[in-house]
Design a protein around this ligand. Sequence first.
Ligand code: ADP
Length: 425
Amino acid sequence: MPLFHNPRSVDPNSKYPLLVTHFSIIILIITSAFWLLNIIYLAQVPYAIFLGFMSIGVITFTLNKTGYKRIAKLFGLMAINLAVYSVASSESSETGMHLFLGAAAFAALVIYGYNEWYFGVAFMIFSLTLYFGCFFSDYSPLPERTFNQDEINVFFIVNSTCYAAISCYLFYLVLFTNHRNEQVLRENEMRINLQNEQLKKTNTELDRFVYSASHDLRAPLSSMSGLIAISEASQDLREVKDYLGMMKGRIKVLDKFITDIIHYSRNTRLELVHEKMELWKIINEISDGLQFAEGAEHISIINSVDQKMQISTDPTRIRMVLNNLISNAIRYYDKNKSNCMVRVESKLKEGNLLITIEDNGIGIPNEHQKKIFEMFYKATENSSGSGLGLYIANEAITKLGGTLEVISEVGKGSTFSIMLPNCVS
Ligand code: ADP
């Protein structure tokens, strides 16, 4: 799995095929307009010329769309230059047809862009050579056509207007692609900044992880080897049994620590999956699994979740989080109370699912409440845990797009609230 999710990868070269599409559509539009004009004014321009231009537009468009992008560029520019030259050289230069060669030169620069500027310049020189050829050469591949002055005037107005419109449009395309590139740059910058922040966080966490993990893994082991040493020296069976009990406690701590590390690793590595499930059943399964946990015999787990409620979310993560919060409520129960309980409720709030885990345990002092979601943070000296549980729970809920909050009062109890968006159908 990649370390970071890539929100949007934009290929800056994708603009060039788009420009070729625009280019071929412009050819089709202008040719259609001219054809229409030809019909209205009954000018004697042969249909073959319009069909020729239309074919250039269609072939360029098709080549480009079917993936032959380089050939589309080459063919489109070459064909349009030759076609415009053929028509322009066969009629009076007063019609202004040659102006389209100027537009073709500009189009070549825009289409090839900075990366392939040499192609753009080569086509520009080619277009300009043909442009001057219209004035200084008598060669024309098509038979000469003559128009009366009125027709020449109309053609000149139409040709120069089209030329101006195409130039403006090409200019707009350049501005538009620049603007798009700037946007892509800004997005990439934001993405890199975000990844940087995530990297810094991961690095700090890794440092703390290595330090705390090595310390917290070694602590129970060294206390166990101490307990083994004194039980070896002892002749009293009762004393040895006591030491064994203590060792069992240390093993439990070690086991909880390793389980937390596995949960941590699962949360960071596993892809998100969505599955439909009944929240009520999950809570029941978790409380069944915790019935033999230390202190569970003093606490009643009340499952007040709506039995019909179906949720759609990541099963591994939601189970991990709920298991953690309920087992915390059990571990931090108030020994001075006789009616110890933990109640799990759920309701819909503005389309989001709100799950609350409320207990009447020892509570968390105000100054610790914000920090308990940090890695390895323990709010009490007496915690036999790793200080990882709430950190992992918070990370998992964040991955699900939700939030995890706590309200707590020392001596009264704590309420953890999970808010999950779009998970109830
Ligand atoms: P730990 O493994 O120490 O329990 P957690 O991350 O699960 O680590 O919890 C962090 C700290 O928050 C705990 O050390 C404990 O002091 C406090 N805490 C968590 N849940 C509760 C609760 N339900 N009631 C009282 N204190 C709690």
